[in-house]
Design a protein around this ligand. Structure first.
Ligand code: FES
Length: 219
């Protein structure tokens, strides 16, 4: 049986990075549990998150409906802990250019005001598996997040051949590669280097994970 060490008690005033680190370690511990225990832990996590999401959604919706509340809400999301919490629940998202094909925002979603220093929130880190990359759009860029050797990598979601999307590419977990579904170019999923045409390369983006959420800085 896997031995999951007990999380330390919260420290008053603990900073966001430390809190996020504890979340990430706990998620890592859950991932290594036996299947039945992992399923129970995931069900508990989802139930608690749904409970929190419902309350947070009600708070954000009410604040948005009031001019002063909206102002306060925008001030609140400048706080990294509030920003991370709302992004984790899909209640806010970072600015991205809208296109005609993009669905309208749901009522509870808000565009963050001002500069977010270029970092855009993406999927939950545990949605990205070694077999299945996740594609999303943010900051005007199409982004592909891959898991390779249990690390996450982000690239522009454009094959170095003729720029077609890669999220349906075939991942070879052992070799750490992804093969483009269109014409078969193969890439090192760690570095983005093209193994079929050495002069080609996927464009990498900086990536970090905060409180279980992937953040990418597209250039
Ligand atoms: S677009 Fe990827 S191999 Fe052609």
């Amino acid at each position: 049986m896997h031995d999951v060490s007990r999380s330390p008690e919260p420290t008053p005033g603990e900073d966001l990075e430390s809190l996020a680190g504890r979340v990430d370690r706990a998620i890592g511990d859950v991932a290594s549990l036996e299947p039945q225990a992992r399923a129970t832990a995931m069900a508990l996590r989802e139930a608690i998150e749904a409970f929190h999401r419902a309350g947070l959604t009600a708070i954000v919706k009410r604040l948005k409906d009031d001019p002063r509340g909206k102002e306060l809400l925008f001030e609140l999301v400048d706080d990294p802990s509030v920003r991370a919490l709302l992004a984790m629940h899909g209640i806010i998202r970072t600015p991205a250019p809208t296109t005609a094909s993009e669905p309208p925002l749901e009522l509870v979603q808000i565009q963050l005001p001002g500069d977010t220093k270029g970092w855009c929130s993406g999927p939950q880190a545990d949605e990205v598996t070694a077999e299945k990359p996740v594609a999303f759009e943010a900051g005007g860029a199409k982004i592909l997040v891959l898991r390779v050797k249990n690390e996450l990598r982000a690239f522009r979601n454009a094959c170095a051949h003729v720029g077609l999307p890669l999220e349906r590419g075939m991942c070879d977990v052992e070799a750490g590669t992804i093969t483009c579904p269109w014409h078969g170019f193969r890439f090192d999923a760690d570095t983005g280097e093209c193994l079929s045409a050495p002069q080609c390369q996927l464009e990498p983006f900086p990536l970090r994970v905060t409180a279980g959420v992937v953040w990418v800085k597209p250039s």
